[in-house]
Ligand binder design. Structure first.
Ligand SMILES: *Cc1c(COP(=O)(O)O)cnc(C)c1O
Length: 457
């Protein structure tokens, strides 16, 4: 019997390939539509925003895509990340369950987002791009891309959701330290930003609005600037597969296999990163791991949204995709998990939830922070508010196992640390958090504004 706590891989265990779920998914990919014509997009349309290599990855059905050496070299600054058995949390809960977490907060920017920021910067640099534009919610994506752009000598403009810009000044300063330019969105720098401000000068912003601004700047740059997205797209989910591939090897080192794998979902990328390699084992190698995606009750796209075609952004400039959505004009409440405030969900993940291969659940903000603090006090890491949704669900699994007297093996993704999220913890500790429930009527009214897509049967 071992009492090992950390399960570490060597540098040469770092994956050499990304895993593409499209190769094994039993549900066919759904078309990506032009926001104006609502016809399937051509690579030409996408090439205004993305370099060709990323477009090819986006539509690829190859199972394994090689990770370039230049990318692996930078991954090695923080990967393989540790897998840790949460023994002290198990003890605090008095559960017979074994709880493991994969710690993506070990990256320099503090979250899993570096896993895709680095290859996106690399493939843009290789294609001759001079500058990138992007949005950021909580600031984790902006931080990760700032670091990656710095390493590949690319300029970066970040449109940061205004509510986060005010809540998290130190995230902005981190991005600026890496050399990025950061704007509070909505800005008066774009046509779309100006139109939002004209209607509502106090707009707190939203990811949908910030995406529209970043897309507008790239699309009107005459090719000098490209746009980069930190979640939702197939190529982003694929880059995150390094998390699950490493975790498979590490569970092996621990001599266990998870009964359940848990991750929080905003656009779906960190969850897909840890879960899709385990889904492959379910589909191809007879494993039966439950895969659970956890979202906030304030932005419950998977549990309350509709699975249908919708715009990826508020201004209807980004492609229309089939996903679980709350409506592209949804402005979410100002919950502290800024990275989970997106109206939609990755199409690849949505399709798998719709097919019943992945479970979804929603948790409220206060119990989520209770779980975060319990975890911090047991394990010594203050988790990101986003990741804390996964912790809430993992603790609930462990308590359920305790009630049933089962030895359940639980693996969750700790997608980031919360060291920049002290405002959120301050509110929680002062008893000032609010619990938002998404009103059902809001879905019905948002659906009236969906694109009218007529697809051939
Ligand atoms: C951005 C972010 C998320 C949510 O995004 P996904 O694409 O759903 O992973 C979750 N956790 C952290 C720490 C983040 O930075």
């Amino acid at each position: 019997m071992s009492d090992q706590t950390r399960f570490l891989l060597n540098e040469n265990d770092l994956p050499k390939f990304w895993y593409n779920i499209q190769a094994d998914s039993p549900v066919p990919p759904t078309p990506v539509l032009h926001p104006g014509t609502l016809e399937p997009v051509t690579p030409d349309f996408l090439s205004v925003l993305f370099p060709m290599e990323l477009i090819l990855q986006e539509i690829s059905s190859e199972r394994y895509i090689p990770i370039p050496e230049e990318v692996r070299e930078i991954y090695k600054l923080f990967r393989p990340t540790p897998l840790i058995r949460a023994r002290r949390l198990e003890k605090a809960l008095g559960t017979p369950a074994h709880i493991y977490y994969k710690y993506e907060g070990a990256s320099p920017s503090g979250s899993h987002k570096s896993n895709t920021a680095i290859p996106q910067a690399f493939f843009n640099k290789a294609a001759g791009t001079k500058a990138l534009t992007t949005e950021t919610g909580a600031g984790q994506w902006g931080s990760a891309l700032s670091m990656a752009c710095q390493m590949f000598d690319l300029d970066l403009e970040v449109y940061m959701v205004k509510v986060s810009y005010t809540q998290k000044p130190y995230r902005r300063i981190l991005m600026e330290t890496f050399g990025a330019q950061v704007f509070a969105s909505p800005t008066n720098l774009t046509n779309y930003g100006r139109s939002v401000l004209a209607q509502d000068p106090q707009s707190p912003g939203s990811l949908g609005i910030a995406i529209s601004e970043a897309v507008e700047v790239a699309a009107s740059s005459g090719g000098a600037k490209k746009y980069s997205l930190g979640s939702v797209l197939n190529h982003v989910l694929m880059h995150q597969s390094v998390i699950g591939e490493e975790a498979l090897k590490q569970m092996d080192l621990a001599n266990e296999y998870p009964d359940v794998v848990i991750g929080c979902v905003g656009g779906g990328s960190n969850f897909a990163g840890i879960a899709f390699p385990f889904l492959r084992e379910n589909l191809k190698n007879g494993q039966r791991t439950r895969l659970v995606a956890v979202e906030p009750t304030a932005t419950p796209s998977l549990t309350k949204g509709i699975y249908t075609f919708d715009y990826g952004d508020t201004a209807k400039m980004a492609p229309v995709v089939k996903m679980h959505t709350l409506g592209h004009d949804f402005v979410p409440p100002s919950i502290h998990a800024g990275g989970l405030r997106y109206h939609g969900m990755a199409p690849a993940l949505s399709a798998l939830v719709d097919a019943g291969l992945i479970e979804a659940t929603a948790v409220r903000q206060t119990p989520t922070f209770e779980a975060a603090v319990q975890f911090a006090r047991a394990e010594g890491i203050v988790p990101a508010p986003e990741s804390s949704h996964a912790i809430r669900a993992a603790i609930d699994e462990a308590l359920d196992a305790k009630e049933k007297g089962e030895k359940r093996v639980i693996l969750f993704n700790l997608s980031g640390h919360g060291n920049f999220d002290m405002t959120a913890y301050e509110s929680y500790l002062a008893g000032k958090l609010e619990d938002y429930e998404y009103p059902a009527e809001a879905v019905a009214s948002a659906m009236e504004r969906l694109p009218k897509v007529a697809l051939p049967a």
